[in-house]
Design a protein around this ligand. Structure first.
Ligand code: GTP
Ligand code: MN
Ligand code: MN
Ligand code: MN
Ligand code: MN
Ligand code: MN
Length: 210
């Protein structure tokens, strides 16, 4: 079992990660530490203030350490990654895993950092707009609310007329590990945004950060 401070050191940058097949990752030796995180989202046709296409809701969280990330966490020794993901989802956001649990079909990608012996699994899961609202309300009752999790948030997916406020400004926040890249990959994978829209938001955000 790792000390808490060691946990905080894991996956702190997104260099040195290579893609790995999900099934293959399960036969890695016990030395490897696995972490699973998940992007829960709903789609929406709503237009905000007659101006911005909402596109949908994407759930992220403000972590205890002041940076943004997805709910999820470390998989315990001998625990199946999916079981670990659902356990963390219950602990951190109060997800009712019997009704709304992640399944293997929600797996999006797995990456490996050999040097750090770290395997990161990422999942995306679509729910209805109504379910999303229920999940948001339930998170206040989660065991880790106010401890590991300072609160969940929605990601703005639109960009305002100054080209910065909205998604580009959101991307200028600090994120844990490669969560920022996971968000961008998740938006593309789920087709919540088009590739060009993501690239434009990223460019604008990077210009702001520079
Ligand atoms: P404890 O229960 O306190 O052990 O924490 P946890 O199991 O919830 O672990 P955590 O969610 O902090 O994730 C474990 C490691 O994965 C962290 O050390 C981070 O570096 C990394 N991590 C955390 N959130 C994310 C995320 O959204 N994406 C990615 N890629 N990595 C993350
Ligand atoms: Mn107002
Ligand atoms: Mn946790
Ligand atoms: Mn966590
Ligand atoms: Mn944990
Ligand atoms: Mn914990």
């Amino acid at each position: 079992c790792l000390e808490n401070e060691e946990y905080a050191q894991l996956g702190d940058d997104d260099s040195d990660f290579v893609d790995l097949e999900y099934e293959k990752s399960k036969s890695l030796s016990e030395e490897y530490i696995h972490a699973c995180h998940g992007m829960i989202f709903s789609r929406s046709e709503k237009i905000l203030w007659n101006t911005f296409k909402l596109r949908g809701c994407v759930l992220m969280q403000m972590r205890f350490d002041g940076v943004l990330g997805f709910p999820g966490g470390l998989v315990e020794k001998g625990e199946d990654p999916l079981i670990g993901l659902n356990r963390e989802m219950e602990e951190e956001i109060g997800l009712e895993v019997n009704k709304h649990g992640f399944t293997d079909a929600d797996h999006m990608h797995t990456v490996l950092n050999k040097r750090k012996r770290l395997v990161l699994h990422f999942f995306t899961k679509e729910v209805s707009e109504e379910e999303f609202l229920v999940l948001e309300k339930n998170h206040l009752k989660a065991e880790e609310y106010g401890i590991e999790v300072m609160g969940i948030i929605r990601v703005p997916l639109f960009t305002m007329s100054d080209g910065l406020r909205g998604l580009p400004a959101f991307l200028s926040n600090q994120f844990i590990g490669n969560a920022r890249n996971q968000l961008l990959a998740g938006l593309k994978h789920t087709q919540l945004l088009k590739r060009e829209e993501i690239e434009k938001a990223l460019e604008s955000s990077n210009k702001h950060l520079a």
